[in-house]
Ligand binder design. Structure first.
Ligand SMILES: [Fe+2]
Length: 209
């Protein structure tokens, strides 16, 4: 069994969520802030919950715990419902959330999500659209498919690639577990036999973090 990835659900109906994105004209062009982050410069994003700027108070963005719904999130009631339902199911509090589109052939370069914000939150990916959504975390690799909800350990070195011919669209969100325990090795919601099916294990280099 994998340690760094856990699939929490599959068969999530994603068509309504994709329709919700399509219902907002020019939605991918409204916000370009994420492209200033070097490792993710190729990705386009729809911010649903972001850090509360009034609470930065001189801290680095990665150390700011407070977050809030964006104005744009009002156009995404289904996406917000999904995140809220998993927060309730996992007894966790909402944090930052966004929908990210990675064009074909593009990559999110190897990095670690550092900082006090990440140190107390779990990271999830719901795959909305993808042909070959490749991701490595530590020394493990998965290929994610539409309708799958994944947790992974973003405190380890990780990278992603869109190896398909269509945009890879993921909803990425963080949750803060109320019991303070990170990870999901003992809290599997989906079918454990389907968790973490490895592919391409011969292409993995040494852990860098
Ligand atoms: Fe990351």
């Amino acid at each position: 069994m994998m340690r760094n990835f856990v699939m929490l659900a599959d068969g999530v109906p994603v068509e309504p969520l994709l329709a919700e994105i399509d219902s907002v004209p020019g939605v991918w062009d409204r916000q370009t802030g994420r492209q200033r982050i070097r490792v993710q410069r190729e990705a386009k994003a729809i911010p649903l919950r972001g850090l509360r700027k009034s609470r930065i108070q001189g801290r680095a963005r990665r150390d700011v715990h407070e977050s809030r719904f964006t104005t744009l999130s009002r156009s995404f009631p289904l996406a917000i419902d999904f995140i809220r339902s998993w927060a309730a199911k996992l007894d966790a509090d909402l944090a930052r959330a966004r929908i990210v589109s990675l064009p074909p052939g593009q990559v999110v370069y190897d990095h670690v999500d550092r900082g006090e914000y990440y140190a107390r939150r779990n990271r999830y990916h719901l795959v909305l659209q993808a042909e070959q959504s490749w991701m490595r975390c530590g020394d493990e690799v998965v290929s994610m498919s539409p309708g799958e909800l994944w947790w992974f350990d973003n405190k380890l070195s990780h990278e992603a690639r869109n190896e398909g011919s269509i945009d890879r669209i993921h909803m990425i969100f963080d949750l803060e577990p109320r019991d303070g325990l990170l990870g999901h090795r003992d809290r599997i919601v989906g079918d454990p036999s389907r968790i973490g099916t490895p592919v391409l294990t011969d292409s993995i280099g040494p852990r860098t973090a």
